[in-house]
Design a protein around this ligand. Structure first.
Ligand code: URA
Length: 242
């Protein structure tokens, strides 16, 4: 170790693998085939550690959850098709590359999903964004559609469905039903969330096996109030209220 490195920037406890998370997602082989997780690096886990911490301020929660959302949106876009495209560079050479194919839109499940819209806009300029409000019907205990506003040509688009927490999967499944009723093909839907429960993932993926799920972290499970454990509490409360 160089003596020029000030001790203040050195870690006192050096992990055995300093770039890998020590608390990684379940291996992909135990997840449904349609589920894609972010690479569980120590950096990613540090972001999650901040947003999970109940002492984290609202400002930090916003900043660090936004960083994760951007990573998730980029990962989601990796699953969209491209076509061959050649361009001429300023050196006069031809570069045989690829270009984006097909139109996309975002659809947020209100209210927590709205928090993911900005991250999508930062990555996809002028993206159209629809909204779906689903709430539990107290008489039936089932998720019920209260409101939706979707792009009129949504059936011809790839849809990035946004909701930060996949708990039981009830709202997400209802939202996918709404999209299918609008003519969107199941395989054109990408469901993007920050944290999933294994139960929610299994229920959702069994029902809609052709929807790709992009999730940042798969947690242990659900508690009796259907909160994800360890989770981060109520995402909407932490983002908008605390
Ligand atoms: N929604 C949340 O905000 N948190 C959970 O743990 C589950 C659903």
């Amino acid at each position: 170790v160089s003596s020029k490195i000030p001790s203040s920037v050195m870690s006192s406890s050096v992990p055995t693998n300093e770039f890998a998370s020590t608390n990684s997602n379940p291996s992909n082989s135990t997840l449904p085939r349609s589920v894609y997780t972010l690479k569980p690096t120590a950096q990613l886990e540090a972001l999650y550690t901040i947003i999970r911490d109940k002492e984290t301020s609202r400002g930090d929660f916003l900043f660090y959850s936004d960083r994760i959302i951007r990573l998730l949106v980029e990962e989601g876009l990796n699953h969209l098709p491209v076509v061959n495209k050649s361009v001429v560079t300023p050196t006069g050479s031809t570069y045989a590359g690829v270009g984006f194919e097909g139109k996309i839109c975002g659809v947020s499940i209100l209210r927590a999903g709205e928090a993911m819209e900005q991250g999508l806009r930062e990555v996809c300029r002028s993206v159209r964004i629809g909204k779906i409000l689903i709430q539990r019907d107290e008489s039936t205990a089932l998720p019920r559609l209260f409101y939706s506003k979707l792009p009129s040509d949504i059936a011809s688009r790839y849809v990035l469905l946004l909701d930060p927490m996949l708990a039981t999967g009830g709202s997400a499944m209802k939202a996918v039903e709404v999209l299918l009723d609008e003519g969107v093909k199941e395989e054109r839907i990408l469901f993007i969330n920050l944290i999933s429960s294994p139960e929610g993932l299994n229920t959702f993926c069994n029902r809609f096996p052709r929807v790709k799920v992009i999730t940042g972290w798969v947690d242990q499970g659900l508690n009796e109030k259907a909160y994800i454990i360890p989770g981060l509490g109520d995402f909407g409360e932490r983002r908008y209220c605390e």
